[in-house]
Design a protein around this ligand. Sequence first.
Ligand code: G3H
Length: 491
Amino acid sequence: LVNQKEYLVNGELRRWDGPTSEVYSPVCIRSAEGLKRTLIGSYPIATEKEALEALEAAEQAFNHGRGEWPTMSVAERIACMEKFTARMIEKKQEVVSLLMWEIGKSQADSIKEFDRTVEYIYDTIDCLKDIDRASSRFKIEQGIIGQIRRSPLGVVLCMGPFNYPLNETYTTLIPAILMGNTILFKPPKHGSLLHYPMLEAFRDCFPKGVVNTIYGRGSSVVPALMESGRINVLTLIGSSRVANDLKKMHPKVNRLRAVLGLDAKNAAIVLKNADLDLTVKECILGTLSFNGQRCTAIKMIFVHRSIAPVFLERLSDAISKMKYGMPWEKGVNLTPLPEPNKPAYLTECIEDAKAHGASVVNEHGGAQAGSFFYPAVVYPVNRNMKLYREEQFGPIIPVIPFDDIEEPIDYIIESDHGQQVSIFGTNTDQIANLIDPLVNQVSRVNINAQCQRGPDVFPFTGRKDSAEGTLSVEDALRSFSIRTLVATKET
Ligand code: G3H
């Protein structure tokens, strides 16, 4: 059991004796009442008071850009980050194990999440060195000598998602810190405990007040922070509804920068000449990696009607070969779902689709046991169904047959989301003709490949309601800073 009794504020690990929230693992145990989620620990349920104290600490550490951290040289900031990363690596086993228990991610994927995060930190450090070298140069234009610097923005409120509680939290937290901002960071509800092992390292490696944690229910602690008007940057990987609500709370929203990764409903388009081995392999990865709980997951497949039967058969066959089991089992692909209400929601989507004329075409599709949900291929989906527009964020694969290529394109144009699309086909001219209309709708077009965020040096964003700002290694450093010019006249 990990019973967390401390939180980090103003360079101190403060003792918490107030109420706590119990953390249950999606890994179930058998009990007299049936399968039950396992209790694995607890974390502080702090209040508005502690959240505002953390804000005060972050604000003081920034001190209008005159604090120790924002005025420190880039080389010194990098040295602190390197020290932190070394300490973080020492905690790998603990963090990986908590990732598995808290969110049910397989051991292989949990290790990947940890290693990817460490690599991201080193890449970001390298990129910052390049940016810093470029900032120290002078430019002369029309008799003006200018030096363009990158300056921090102030206090950043970071909130990460449950599906990548370490990696996606850090892809905002790390660049924000490195650029000289000070941080309030609220771990997600599922995926909270795994941050605990790193709190001492944050305390020891950065000046006091640079990194502060906020624990507690989001609805009780975050509004006070936003309403204070003292948050300079809001960064959230989550739903667009929550992001909009939070932005509205800020009294001077025009002064708030938002860096947001939000909802998506990425489509795959399978053309009639697609290589089905490759397409099925990529669609399985795209729809079912981490049980479909990825914003980048393929959440709708359009398949040319002429190949729909064979595609569905191959897809169902591939699912039947997937291994489901506990996160620590070797070779496991499908694991328990961390959100307790998710199986009921997924079942509701399937029932709704059935009521509107679709069926589950794969054996055992939609079956449940404890927090497991067996992937369901639902066919033929139409616009009257929840699955047509709602982001299922779980192991359901909605499939729609199409006759005319305009049908999937219209779907993408009409969508409120605009993150990515995947096209599968072997006719390069046909694919080339599709790229232009699609790049004006989404922010990444994948050809014969699943939708995904990485490699992390590539820009990661979305159009419409899918994102605000851009993440990646370089883009994130830019997102958490502003270009300022120091200029003088040539004499
Ligand atoms: O959940 C959204 C993540 O950005 C997905 O990242 O494509 O690397 O799995 P990924």
